[in-house]
Design a protein around this ligand. Structure first.
Ligand code: NOJ
Length: 765
């Protein structure tokens, strides 16, 4: 009986030794880095130090012979710390060569890019990815993105974007993970791990940059770049957790956001960038501004370029994206005593540290391997993973009479402006993608069914009817394929095609650039001309499946009431058409769950599941009561709640049980539920656990997600799903912004979405 105890002791000893060795190695490494950077900085002039703080956009000017252009000259003079959105090993190598061969101190450049949802192999847009609720897949997608980007010379990505948003008018909801701080935090960590791997020195890992710090997802009226104003209580409890999660995961850099916080733009906000980020959260990487974030502070009314540049540096900015403010004004500010040498040195040191951590001093061409560029990008293996992941992100919103999956040998009419449209499949922010190589839905169905198959096609209508709007959403090489024929003519053709079919698939929705940056909308209905098309198709009496392409929740109340089946596919990336075909044809059973609430109309916005109760809540199941918190003209309920998503099978929840009725400070509570796949298909379900703190010193939300598990069950299978809760799960930021739990009554909810749950009470002692 003695052996196991001894063994345990030895194992613990061994683990402790390993840990202390690892710590020692890390601190030795840190020491080495400090000595290296001290030496280097002792040789740097003030101008060279300021050069490290400068991040211009590359344009496309660096070529082998590009040394005559302006950026190349600046690199030679040591006035550039890095470049971004420059693509290809050839160009990156050429720029790096100028830095390490022609500048005085030969300091390598850092190369960044917006690798947001994949590099050339594009995954679904981040909002779509978040609906997979699958952290392994999220990490895998970031790993592949890093692999491909690093094979093409990139060592730094401006991702993950973790801005919580509850306003689908804001176009950039497409780039985030939806409305929930818990889910958002899990995703932030998975993405950072995926990009950075276990060792930044490897040539296939890249540095992540969490953005946009902070609160960028809460602009007034959903208008991009607009003012944000928020209580500390809301910030700490609801909006800041995903940024903190990324910092805890070791993210190498942080991007300051465009918006103001408490009246001071984030880029010049010392409370945000230093007190919170560095002192409270212990962030030790570097802070970069967003594009012209510094010079934009003059428009915010914070002073001229010199003043705002000094403000940014003092606040904690280390690198200036595009504004040229730090490079051109800090010398004067130093002379005038507006900034200190120490502040400049600190920023320069942080940029140099990032380069050191990436191994660029050891080998500036670490990421410039032409062979990797040829063999590791857009590979069949990566595309296969993209296809599998995309199918996990689709959300089945409605499926009357089991219209889906499609039956064998049905004659399909594929109709709609997004049916035969490769360019719009990847969605917003797909900088490195080759859009012509993405798979449209028409391609995907043909690939699955063979070219001989019964697929009839008609475009039916344009994405939008207004040509001016069309020109605004046809940029970045993603034309909508505007058809000059009249709406009447196009619908007539579509109806004729529909009449010849057994089932109509209507590929409708937004163009890729109707969401994303600077793509806010005040009306988030399906464009009226597309609704007309749907009406005409429904009038044929044929069953209609709506495949919805969108970068945001849309107000599709009419469609929900009238179209029998709706599959929301977001923008699914390179393999979109293949993955959609996999799901439509039943090869994959959909399991995506919404990470953002769909409102019934824009008047309900902001709408989110984890709201407060108020002093006058509306009784459950009611539409309206006078003097209660509600509307005269629309119920409080959303169109589709957070966490919602159907499957081709059905899942039953039974027997919610708690191991104890009381949780103690150091104890554990096991929550279990019986889950049965009661339908006719094997399938995956995301089991969701929510909590409510019934009484607090500050008001608490009616529900908060605190756990989830994606489980796969064969048809007919029953499984007991267990979650463990501890006191830590009950903590929140109180009125003094302390992260605490408060003894008292709680409720736990488990279910298939935020609105459909079983519940049980317990107490924290
Ligand atoms: C502006 C965007 O806000 C940010 O997300 C992006 O990383 C930069 N431009 C660089 O392209």
């Amino acid at each position: 009986m003695k052996t196991p105890t001894n063994l345990l002791f030895l194992l613990t000893l061994f683990a402790t030794l390993l840990l202390s060795c690892a710590k020692k190695n890390a601190s030795d490494e840190g020491q080495k880095m400090n000595v290296f950077i001290d030496d280097l900085m002792s040789e740097m002039t003030l101008e060279e130090k300021l050069g490290q703080l400068n991040l211009p956009a590359s344009g496309d000017i660096i070529t082998g012979a590009g040394s005559n252009n302006n950026t190349a000259d600046k690199i030679k003079e040591g006035k550039v710390g890095g470049l971004f959105n420059i693509k290809s090993v050839e160009k990156i190598r050429a720029a790096q060569q100028i830095a390490v061969e022609q500048s005085r101190l030969k300091i390598p450049l850092i190369f960044g890019m917006d690798v947001i949802h994949g590099y050339q192999t594009l995954f679904p847009i981040p909002l779509g990815m978040s609906c997979s609720w699958d952290m392994e897949l999220m990490e895998k997608s970031a790993r592949i993105a890093a692999q491909e980007a690093s094979a093409d010379g990139i060592c730094w990505t401006f991702s993950p974007m973790v801005d919580i948003s509850r306003d689908p008018r804001w176009g950039r909801v497409s780039e985030g993970s939806g409305e929930d701080p818990y889910l958002g935090s899990q995703i932030a960590q998975a993405m950072v791990k995926g990009y950075q791997g276990d060792d930044l020195l490897k040539n296939n890992t890249i540095m992540a940059c969490v953005k946009h710090f902070a609160l960028y997802g809460a602009p007034e009226a959903g208008r991009d770049y607009n003012t944000v104003d928020m209580s500390r209580n809301r910030m700490y409890n609801e909006y800041l957790p995903p940024y903190l999660a990324a910092v805890d995961a070791g993210v190498g850099s942080v991007m300051a956001s465009f918006n103001e916080i408490d009246g001071i733009p984030a880029t010049g906000n010392k409370w945000l960038l230093t007190d919170l980020l560095r002192e409270d959260w212990k962030f030790n990487g570097f802070v970069v501004t967003d594009y012209t974030g510094i010079s934009e502070m003059t428009e915010h009314g914070m002073g001229n370029l010199q003043e705002v540049s000094a403000l940014a540096l003092r606040a904690g900015v280390d690198m200036d994206m595009v504004a040229d403010g730090l490079l051109t004004t800090l010398k004067q500010s130093l002379d005038e005593g507006k900034v200190t040498q120490q502040e400049i040195d600190q920023a320069c040191r942080r940029v140099l540290e990032a380069k050191y951590k990436l191994g660029l001093f050891e080998d500036p061409y670490r990421y410039c391997d032409e062979n990797r560029a040829k063999t590791e990008i857009f590979t069949p293996e990566n595309r296969q993973v993209a296809r599998e992941i995309a199918a996990q992100t689709f959300v089945l919103l409605k499926n009357e009479d089991q219209l889906l999956p499609l039956q064998d040998k049905q004659k399909i009419a594929l109709i709609g402006p997004l049916a035969d449209n490769r360019e719009n499949m990847p969605g917003t922010w797909s900088v490195a993608g080759d859009f012509a190589k993405s798979v449209s839905l028409l391609d995907g169905l043909k690939n699955a069914l063979g070219t001989e198959a019964n697929i009839l096609y008609a475009m039916g209508t344009n994405i939008v009817a207004d040509s001016l709007l069309d020109s605004r959403i046809s940029i970045f090489g993603k034309p909508t394929k505007w058809d000059k024929r009249s709406q009447k003519e196009m619908i007539a053709e579509a109806v004729a095609v529909a009449r010849k079919s057994d089932v109509v698939i209507a590929a409708v929705g937004e163009a890729a650039e109707m969401s994303g940056e600077a793509s806010s909308r005040s009306d988030i209905n399906l464009p009226e001309n597309q609704k007309e098309l749907l009406e005409a198709l429904l009038a044929t009496g044929k069953p209609v499946v709506m495949v919805l392409f969108t970068g945001r929740p849309l107000t599709i109340s009419w469609e929900k009431a009238n179209v029998p089946a709706i599959l929301n596919v977001w923008f699914a990336g390179t393999e979109a058409g293949n993955s959609i075909a996999d799901v439509l044809l039943g090869k994959v059973n959909p399991s995506g769950k919404l990470s953002a609430t769909f409102p019934q109309n824009v008047g309900q916005i902001p709408i989110f599941y984890n709201h407060k109760n108020t002093g006058r809540p509306l009784a459950e199941g009611k539409w309206f009561s006078k003097f209660r918190s509600n509307y005269l003209d629309v119920p409080n309920e959303p169109l589709f709640p957070f966490g919602f998503g159907l499957s081709y099978t059905t899942f039953d929840y039974k027997n919610l049980k708690l191991s104890e009725s009381t949780l103690t400070k150091d104890g554990k509570l096991t929550v279990s539920v019986e889950l049965t796949n009661s339908g006719n298909y094997d399938g995956a379900e995301v089991v969701q656990l929510y909590l409510r703190d019934m009484v607090g010193t500050v008001t608490r939300p009616v529900k908060e997600l605190k756990g989830f598990q994606k489980v796969f069950l064969k048809k007919g299978e029953t499984r007991t799903i267990e979650f463990t809760l501890t006191e830590k799960d009950l903590r929140f930021y109180n009125s003094e912004l302390k992260f605490v739990s408060e003894p008292g009554d709680f409720k736990v909810f488990v279910g298939t979405n935020s609105a459909n749950v079983l519940e049980a009470p317990f107490t924290l002692n």
